[in-house]
Design a protein around this ligand. Structure first.
Ligand SMILES: *Cc1c(COP(=O)(O)O)cnc(C)c1O
Length: 357
């Protein structure tokens, strides 16, 4: 039996990676904004149709640098409880307080009708997540932020390649952040990027990601969030395949849609979006059914993942109790089925047969 995992990292032909390795050997420069990082950032600017993009070490440091660059070093940040832990941990790590607003049960993104009630005089920013690549209501969030003078940082870790009303989703918000981790749709082994609307904020990101100094002039507290030439090389290779990767994932998702029993509910997709097929989440009736079906799949060496569990408002190291009943309920009964570019039809059949019985 071949093991089927929730995801499988795309690897480009090795000769193509070697071509870039040769450039690294020729230049002798391994990191510190070398020519491959330079080239890759140019491709990202083009891909997202934005002027300011920074390629950084990972998606978590991207979120942290984003908060710093917007001057958010204390106070409350409104966020969603239904995400990967890095969304919440980056807020806590920057010594801010996460304020959780429950999710919309259809889209699984932050419920925009509940945001305003959570705003206090300590609120500095909103950090929503385009969870599973499904766009948040960006217009409503923008209007709320403007009205209350708040910054918006989108955790767009799942949203590479998604367009909303014809525009790359990463171009929304004061800042949008993506993750290029090996488990994500598009990867650079480890890595991430920060897309910044305002040029002055972008200049701050540039400083902060590089220890806060240019030469011997020190301007502000910084950190090391630089990406290496080796990561940029992987990005340049994978960029050539991204359309093909998304097409193949679409075909796999379509087959799931066709074969999977309608008993299983799926998040409702935003009709104005061109989706990236980054995940295939499925909702069970309750946690008991989820555990039973997971067990059944594991017996066939099929390994879906409980994305995202537990609901982040229940993390044990939070200091305040905040209830988010919808997120807590959904987190207990959702899994992501295996989905990757070369997942074959037999495997999808096998997963569906097991779930449908
Ligand atoms: C993966 C992920 C991150 C963190 O990205 P890394 O590159 O792994 O640090 C942040 N937010 C979400 C929603 C993620 O899925």
């Amino acid at each position: 039996m071949t093991r089927i995992n929730v995801t499988k990292t795309f690897l480009p032909p090795i000769e193509e990676y070697q071509h870039y390795l040769q450039r690294i050997w020729d230049s002798g420069q391994l990191t510190n904004q070398g020519s491959l990082v330079h080239d890759f950032e140019a491709e990202l600017r083009d891909y997202f149709s934005v002027p300011n993009v920074h390629f950084v070490s990972n998606g978590t440091s991207a979120l942290q640098v984003a908060l710093r660059a917007l001057g958010i070093t204390e106070g409350e940040v409104i966020t969603t409880p239904f995400s990967y832990v890095a969304t919440t941990s980056s807020i806590l790590w920057e010594r801010c307080d996460p304020v959780f607003v429950d999710i919309d049960p259809d889209t699984l993104c932050i419920d925009i009708t509940k945001i305003e009630a959570a705003i206090t005089d300590k609120t500095k920013a909103i950090m929503p997540v385009h969870v599973f690549g499904n766009p948040c209501d960006v217009e409503a969030i923008d209007a709320i932020a403007k009205k209350h003078n708040l910054k918006v940082i989108y955790d767009a870790a799942h949203a590479f390649g998604v367009t909303y009303k014809g525009k790359p989703l990463l171009s929304y918000g004061d800042i949008s952040v993506c993750s290029f981790h090996a488990t994500k749709l598009f990867h650079t082994i480890e890595g991430g990027c920060i897309v910044v609307k305002d040029k002055a904020v972008s200049d701050k990101v540039e400083l902060i990601k590089h220890f806060g100094h240019h030469g011997d002039d020190h301007y502000m507290l910084g950190i090391n969030a630089k990406a290496t030439e080796f990561q940029a090389a992987m990005g340049l290779c994978n960029m050539k395949y991204i359309d093909e990767i998304i097409q193949k994932r679409k075909a796999a998702s379509d087959l799931y849609d066709e074969l999977l029993s309608p008993e299983y509910h799926r998040p409702v997709k935003n009709p104005e979006a061109e989706y990236n097929y980054s995940y295939y989440p499925v909702l069970f009736k309750d946690e008991a059914q989820l555990l039973k079906k997971m067990e059944q799949l594991q017996q066939q060496d099929i390994h879906p993942r409980r994305y995202f569990y537990p609901s982040l408002n229940t993390l044990p190291y939070l200091t305040s109790v905040q209830d988010c009943p919808i997120s807590e309920d959904i987190a207990k009964r959702i899994v992501c089925l295996p989905l990757y570019a070369d997942l074959d039809e037999d495997s999808i059949n096998k997963v569906c047969r097991s779930l449908n019985t």
